[in-house]
Design a protein around this ligand. Structure first.
Ligand SMILES: [Zn+2]
Length: 140
């Protein structure tokens, strides 16, 4: 039986889930503890010592290497790329217009999990046409 260790402690449950997803994505088995309590009442985070990420001791080295390799965490807002729709801007006439879509499937499971966690933000509800020439936003 392999020994299970606390690999890392997080004060941000979302960050903990991102790291967990990244490890699972690379077939490193791991799980979080105290996550629900921290999520429901962040004030308990300090008392509990944060969200703990557990994994097999034998995987710790691989996990550390993996996390150092991929430092970048997907940022919902900086990662977005416009999807051009062929609509032109009513203000300046530019065709450099597209739906600003916050959730693209470029990060696979990570994005899916982050999207689920951030479900409180109405990414889809707020989709509008955005002109990249003059920054005018408008509905179709
Ligand atoms: Zn415009």
């Amino acid at each position: 039986m392999d020994k299970i260790i606390v690999f890392e402690t997080f004060y941000n449950p979302i960050e903990a889930n991102i790291v967990k997803a990244r490890l699972l994505d690379s077939d490193i088995q791991c799980f979080l503890s105290d996550e629900n309590t921290v999520t429901i009442n962040p004030l308990y985070t300090q008392a509990l010592g944060g969200v703990k990420l557990h994994l097999f001791e034998k995987d710790a080295e691989a996990a550390r290497t993996l996390l150092e390799m991929k430092e970048e965490i997907p940022q919902q807002h900086t990662a977005e790329e416009p999807q051009h729709t062929g609509v032109s801007c009513p203000r300046c006439g530019s065709t450099d217009v597209g739906y600003v879509q916050a959730t693209k499937n470029r990060f696979g499971i990570l994005t899916t999990i982050v999207s689920l966690l951030l479900v409180v933000y109405p990414f889809y509800a707020n989709k509008t046409q955005h002109c990249f020439n003059c920054s005018h936003e408008f509905d179709k």
